[in-house]
Ligand binder design. Structure first.
Ligand SMILES: [Zn+2]
Length: 435
């Protein structure tokens, strides 16, 4: 597993010979899955002052920390999962019909906008569904969540401990008329609101560039939907297709594609031309990307988030995961929203990735759900792996299938292919916390 080993050596090291002053808690388990190093049978994690101080075999850590408080756990200890793309505000929109084979991506957008405009789903319904979904995310082992929304929530959702949520206000405007209004809004936003762009097909280059600069100034991630459908690429390349019709219907087509004198190969190529590719960019979906575009993403240190459940629901294709991994990229995983997915369950998303990419190892898929997500959100110093200096928030899972695992390979196969384990709880320094 060269990828995982290279990740291990990139992890920051702490002085292991430093003697902790505070009491040490030692959590022992039949299996410890650090992600950044091989799975440990009969393993242990030592915690002190809210941070992991050591991970290793149970016997050696018990000898090293002889005075520690010891807890015996069942099943598996692993880092919390990261959902790097969700729209909580669409949690009540579960009745958008799945596009039929003769319908386009734009037909699904029409259905979504129609339902939003009818006012059938009230502000209270939206808020209640969002809060319920957030609780469900934490109860399913999500420790970090990136939430994207078109409106600033009236009662902002906070995640129960140990989870953390980041909210990005998503802005869009496809033509010169809306660009002026959106740029004025960006200038009037307080710095306490982090904002991002929707997608290249819905947001002018001027808006995307202004939002990207603002994100850099405020030091937060810049996330946008990129290369989700072939229709998007068609618009950027030729100025034709269902998006052209859709924008014309709404009086928002001003003929900006194809760009005069520019041959656009795809959505990533377009963003590269705008100078938006860097380590602060999180490209969500990346289904319709070419090999040169994957190389561009890798060369610029961009982050990727795959949403296999949403892509399957909308019938837009399958992202070239093997190509991304071969170029040294470790994508994150996102569920997207209830408007474009049957369930917002990261365990299910791992199962879908296993089905779509039988050549990708289960260990790499588990690394995507943990470390890939933490890196995408710029939080790998705290989350994504069980390693010294990471936050002491461990996920403890168990099931009859996991108990029957004979070796590390079988264990990771079940973790990524078996869906959400029956038993799941969080462990912190003080012990267990219920979910
Ligand atoms: Zn989305």
């Amino acid at each position: 597993m060269p990828l995982l080993h290279s990740l291990l050596y990139r992890a920051p090291k702490i002085a292991l010979n430093k003697i902790p002053v505070s009491p040490v808690s030692l959590f022992l388990a039949p299996w410890v899955v650090p992600i950044s190093s091989p799975v440990i049978a009969d393993g242990a994690v030592a915690i002190c002052d809210g941070r992991i101080i050591s991970v290793g075999g149970a016997a050696s850590l018990q000898a090293q920390f002889a005075q520690s408080r010891v807890e015996n756990c069942q099943g598996v200890l692993l880092p919390g999962l990261v959902n790097a793309h969700i729209h909580l505000e669409l949690s009540a929109y579960r009745h958008i019909p799945q596009p039929t084979p003769d319908q386009s991506f734009c037909d699904w957008i029409r259905s979504l906008l129609q339902l939003r405009q009818t006012g059938e789903i009230s502000v209270d319904d939206t808020s209640e569904a969002a809060h319920q979904m957030l609780e469900q995310q934490c109860n399913s082992g999500i420790i970090l969540l990136l939430d994207i929304g078109n409106t600033i929530p009236v009662s902002p959702a906070t995640m129960q401990s140990p989870g953390e949520i980041t909210f990005l206000l998503e802005l869009l405007g496809p033509d010169a008329k809306s660009e002026e209004q959106v740029l004025a809004r960006i200038n009037s936003l307080p710095d306490s609101v982090s904002a991002t762009a929707h997608a290249p097909y819905s947001t002018t280059a001027g808006i995307m560039t202004a939002l990207k600069k603002r994100a850099e100034r405020l030091a937060h991630i810049f996330s946008l939907h990129v290369a989700e459908s072939a229709d998007e690429v068609e618009l950027l390349r030729t100025g034709q297709g269902c998006f052209r019709e859709f924008l014309e219907e709404r009086g928002a087509w001003d003929g900006r594609f194809p760009r005069p004198g520019k041959l656009t190969q795809g959505a990533v190529d377009y963003l590269a031309d705008l100078g938006l590719l860097d380590a602060n960019l999180l490209c969500v979906h990346c289904v319709q990307v070419s090999k040169p575009e994957v190389k561009l993403l890798a060369r610029n240190g961009c982050k990727i988030c795959l949403c296999p459940g949403s892509n399957r629901f909308l019938g837009v294709g399958v992202a070239p995961l093997e190509m991304m991994l071969n170029h040294g990229l470790l994508p994150a995983i996102g569920t997207d929203s209830m408007a474009s997915n049957e369930a917002l369950d990261l365990w299910r998303e791992m199962q879908l990735l296993r089905e779509d990419h039988p050549g990708v190892s289960p260990a790499q898929i588990l690394a995507m759900a943990t470390l890939g997500g933490a890196q995408a959100l710029g939080r790998q110093q705290d989350f994504g792996t069980l390693a010294p200096s990471r936050k002491a928030s461990l996920l403890n899972v168990n099931s009859p299938a996991l108990e029957r695992a004979k070796d590390a390979e079988q264990l990771v196969d079940i973790l990524t292919g078996g869906g959400q384990p029956e038993k799941l709880c969080w462990i912190s320094e003080d012990g267990y916390s219920k979910v």
